[in-house]
Write a protein that binds this ligand. Structure first.
Ligand SMILES: CC(C)(COP(=O)(O)OP(=O)(O)OC[C@H]1O[C@@H](n2cnc3c(N)ncnc32)[C@H](O)[C@@H]1OP(=O)(O)O)[C@@H](O)C(=O)NCCC(=O)NCCS
Length: 222
């Protein structure tokens, strides 16, 4: 975890700027702090981030419509550590969360779900968050990150193509499988720190926060 949290810590703006240079004019995207692990103090800012997503984006993020109490519960869960959350905060007053990736470990693989606010899109934050999640995963002996994606989610499908994900159609949804070792191919492997530990939450908790379906829950319980 320490490694994931060290992500661009030495130069908080640099990870964003290299992508900004590719896709947006520098200055188009307000600066962000280094990605960091969400903690108990982040409940409100995570909730407000989810509230700021448009109804359409929330639907893409959660694979369906969600009400505000569900978003609040989601924020509380992430702040409590399951699913794990990596957040990118802007420097504005209150340091609001502008991008987040959640990681729910399901035994040998982990599900990820991510969100970036509109004004911070197009600057490479999503791929940067995927790489950070891959660091989190590899330290725990997890080698596949999976995103459950609606077929109409062009941005996620584009992200999957860019990062070499394999896509499997499953019951009207797309399971995008990101290979952790491919995402981190340029980084030396470090010894896993938590191999064997399966911090899986209660079934109802998993279902509500990460859209797992019954088949996944059986796997989680195994
Ligand atoms: C998906 C999402 C996280 C992408 O965030 P982002 O930081 O803007 O992503 P980037 O602009 O850095 O794009 C990374 C790559 O994704 C793809 N991509 C991003 N937006 C795209 C779009 N609108 N159409 C097609 N491809 C797109 C591209 O391949 C892009 O790389 P490129 O610009 O070099 O071609 C963001 O659009 C979002 O929050 N969407 C709503 C919530 C959601 O759908 N979450 C995913 C559910 S798991």
């Amino acid at each position: 975890m320490a490694s994931a949290m060290a992500f661009s810590a030495a130069a908080p703006h640099l990870f964003l700027m290299e992508h900004v240079a590719l896709h947006k004019t520098p200055g188009d995207v307000p600066p962000l702090q280094a990605l960091r692990r969400a903690g108990p103090e982040d409940v409100d800012r995570i909730y407000e981030h989810l509230l700021r997503l448009s109804a359409g984006d929330r639907s893409l993020r959660f694979c369906g419509a969600v009400r505000e109490p569900t978003l609040r519960r989601q924020a509380e869960n992430v702040a409590a550590g399951y699913p794990a959350g990596l957040i990118a905060c802007s420097f504005e007053p209150g340091e609001p969360v502008r991008g987040m990736i959640e990681i729910a470990r399901i035994g040998a693989w982990a599900e990820v779900a991510l969100s970036v606010e509109t004004d911070w899109r197009g600057a490479g934050l999503a791929p940067a968050m995927m790489v950070a999640a891959a660091r989190w995963a590899r330290l725990r002996g997890v080698h596949v990150l999976e995103a459950l994606t609606l077929p109409e989610n062009g941005a996620m499908r584009g992200l999957g193509r860019k990062l070499g994900a394999r896509s499997v159609v499953d019951d009207g949804m797309i399971r995008q499988k990101f290979d952790v070792d491919v995402l981190l191919r340029d980084e030396p492997a470090l010894p896993a720190v938590e191999v064997g530990a399966h911090p899986v939450g209660p079934v109802a908790h998993l279902a509500s926060v990460t859209n797992h379906r019954p088949a996944d829950l059986h796997r989680a319980a195994a």
